[in-house]
Design a protein around this ligand. Sequence first.
Ligand code: PEP
Ligand code: CO
Length: 455
Amino acid sequence: MATAELFADGWRPDSWHDRVAAQQPDWPDAGALDDVLAQLRTFPPLVFAGEARSLQEHLASTQAGNAFLLVAGDCAESFQAFSADSIRDKLRVILQMSVVLMYGSGVPTVKVARIAGQFSKPRSAPTETRDGVTLPSFRGDTINDFAFDARARRPDPARLLRAYNQSAATLNLVRAFTKGGFADLTRVHAWNQEFVASSPEGQRYEELAGEIERALRFMRACGIDLETELQLHEVDVWTAHEALLLGFEEAMTRRDSITDDWYDCSAHLLWLGERTRRLDGAHVEFLAGVHNPIGVKLGPTTTPEEAVGLCERLNPRRIPGRLVLFSRMGADKIADALPPLLRAVHLGGHPVVWACDPMHGNTFQHESGYKTRRFDDIMREVHEFFAACGRADVWPGGLHVELTGENVTECLGGADAVLGADLENKYETMCDPRLNARQSLDLAFETAALLRSTR
Ligand code: PEP
Ligand code: CO
């Protein structure tokens, strides 16, 4: 059957235009925006349809309980913090977490980075007021500037071109790092950064890396030619972002020459946020028609009918690997909020990957004024997620976290206990607080233990 028939009748990349699109900026100059979108339509795709299909196969395997999904990266990428070092350090942490999870669970980690396009942010308020001055909220570097002045906060479509170019350069480096030797399993020790290596988590990682090296030596002694085993030398890291700015996503959407299906070629996986998942809204309409794997964030107010409605709308043919549902309830709410959704989706016969975003339901403003999260709340939500999945007989398929490879002080706690007074030391995020490299590794070890007991 031609897969073009599998999705909504008469769908076009611009079908979303007659729906309500939440969270779109007020572009002051519509003509300038149209010019930029016209240019973007002529630019090469950032990713290929075949790659998105390959991710979908890995997600189908995840849904069946034979792999674990790790989605990780910045809350918002920035133009300013764009460097080879920051991309490398982020990849290092993702690779470290991935081997820790894999070693614990005995199943492959499907690695998806919030990178090469994760710029645009939904906001709870359209404006921000400081000292009596009210300006448009910062919506991400694709739209306006973080600085609090009227000029900086004016949406500027030229930023979309810069975001496209930065995404292309980032992806180029990610591909080089993952295929060009950096991700080689024989370099497992080298992913431990200096400031992590001396810490208890770093030491624990060193031990695990030592065991992996011994296992590799053992296989070599058995006569296995490790040099020719490509899986040991290269990894796949797929890209993902929230498909928030629909004009941009539409401009990046192309028909695949092999299947004739539409793919949003701005990233491999696109997700709907908690604020952009309305069933009759423009975002759902857009993502219903592209054939990439799709994610949906589900917060504590999600009803079972909504969850099933989203599954019906986004994956009517129940294709395994097409849909990932990210539970982001908050540590105090997940035990009540998640089980009815797990049940309803199961009863609806929908094959979805269930994954846990333990970050977005646990954000609060610290008395110092910084937006933060407690490592303990994050961990508690992960534990509750595994428990709820266990009771529902559903494979706890993945983790979605905000992190950085740097030694930031944005989330409280962890083995090194970042304290309230420490937040100001190295608080660099432009949006939500991220786990630092040590906290990320900590989280991976605890999750690996949960996975081990699940299997
Ligand atoms: C995010 O992932 O950065 C985000 C805004 O999430 P949510 O839509 O779940 O709030
Ligand atoms: Co965020």
